[in-house]
Design a protein around this ligand. Structure first.
Ligand code: CLR
Length: 398
């Protein structure tokens, strides 16, 4: 029945939250939700999901003379991130929750240590570059392997048939530095989300429609389906890897992104160990969570320090103190904006410049398909990695 997973005392506030999202579309992040659905984690931590399998990210560099191998390595890394991106809150918190809405200028720094000298260390830098609407920009780099992912994320939400529909805005560009000195760029865009289970108070995500990876002479289209659609299984996908010129389809991979998938067309010796034809397998692939700045070196804008007391209140069920601390942060932010206005200044940001001219790399790659917008915002990294990245950090996760 309705609100099964909702604590009795919060059922009426859950119902009115649902009513208000049904009659509203836009920025969900700023809406007040009942305490049981609040997550203690800010959206600035989400870009870390891109690299919870750092060895598979690094493996993109292992195909210097094989463009098809690179396209498949990028596809495999992308598919392997989906379980963390879209189902991990169910495992860690019981259901999808409402993340903390980052403040303007909020930062998250991270690192995945090198598991071997040849794999190299991977660095992560995230900054909230807009508060309203919320936009998060990030860079993930493995210098040893010559790989960099940069991107930004925003969401447009609407309500349909009892579900929240989230259109993801933004994109990422993956740069691969080849040993011959050439630089390759791949454009990645993101799937549409449907958030179901709201009525019961236990929201979960299903992916829908199609996302793309475009570059290196290939266009990969990934089509998502949930339960009740052609395969009948939740979290199904079908990826088609085709030549950008001429459109010849060379590989098709079919399966579920949270479990496994296999080739149903074509195969590649580095990916499909015969006879299984297996392309990816999550069942024995635990995520490697990111290490964040050592507490002694953590600055006041870094998310775990900035939201520390709010997160503690949410974790310990002390919602009065959580909302008092949240109120304090919001008032502080509002005052900051007022002071800027009085001084005739605008917030400059720490690590990113908003690009004012159209991004030619984006436009060229987007032009290779008919299905994605031709122009987009772009945030350019100022190449100012902070000093904390100079050395390896002590491990903070297991
Ligand atoms: C952010 C970018 C990541 C993938 C990702 C996963 C979960 C999404 C999140 C993005 C954006 C914010 C999001 C969240 C799930 C729920 C949450 C849509 C796209 C909304 C704002 C909260 C809805 C509130 C209900 C759970 C009650 O790469």
């Amino acid at each position: 029945t309705a609100g099964d997973a909702v604590p009795v005392a919060q059922r009426s506030s859950w119902t009115s939250f649902l009513k208000s999202i049904a009659s509203f579309s836009g920025d969900l992040s700023s809406m007040t939700a009942p305490p049981f659905i609040l997550s203690p984690v800010s959206l600035t931590e989400f870009p870390a999901y891109w690299c919870e399998h750092p060895a598979l990210f690094a493996s993109i560099a292992d195909f210097p003379d094989d463009p098809a191998g690179r396209a498949l390595a990028i596809l495999r890394w992308f598919i392997v991130t989906l379980k963390g991106q879209y189902t991990s809150r169910i495992e860690s918190m019981g259901s999808e929750k409402k993340p903390l809405n980052p403040v303007l200028g909020e930062l998250f720094y991270g690192q995945w240590p090198a598991s071997s000298p040849s794999q190299g260390r991977t660095d992560l830098l995230v900054e909230q570059v807009s508060h309203h609407p919320p936009i998060t920009a990030y860079v993930i780099e493995n210098k040893t392997k010559g790989l960099r992912l940069r991107g930004h994320n925003a969401q447009k939400t609407s309500f349909s048939g009892g579900s929240i529909i989230v259109k993801q805005i933004g994109h990422a560009i993956l740069t691969v530095n080849l040993p011959n000195g050439k630089k390759e760029e791949y454009l990645i865009n993101f799937p549409r989300l449907r958030i179901d289970g709201l009525w019961y108070g236990s929201p979960y995500i299903e992916l829908a429609e199609t996302s793309h990876i475009i570059g290196g002479g290939y266009v990969t289209s990934i089509e998502y389906k949930g339960k009740g659609y052609f395969s009948g299984k939740s979290h199904s996908f079908k990826a088609s890897v085709a030549r950008a010129v001429g459109g010849t389809e060379e590989y098709v991979v079919d399966g579920t992104w949270h479990l496994n998938s296999k080739f149903t067309k074509g195969s590649h010796p580095a990916f499909a160990p015969k006879p299984s034809g297996l392309f990816h397998d999550m069942t024995a692939l635990p995520p490697q969570h990111v290490d964040t700045t050592p507490p002694a070196k953590m600055g006041e804008w870094e998310t775990r320090r900035l939201w520390g007391l709010v997160a503690k209140g949410i974790r310990e069920g002390d919602f009065d103190s959580a909302s008092r601390e949240k109120g304090r942060i919001e008032v502080e932010q509002r005052e900051r904006r007022v002071h800027e206005k009085e001084a005739g200044k605008v917030w400059e940001g720490w690590h990113f410049d908003r690009e004012v001219t159209p991004d030619l790399v984006y436009e060229h790659l987007a032009g290779l398909t008919k299905s994605i917008p031709l122009t987009e915002d772009m945030y350019v990294f100022k190449e100012n990695w902070p000093m904390v990245f100079v050395e390896d950090w002590p491990s903070t996760s297991s």
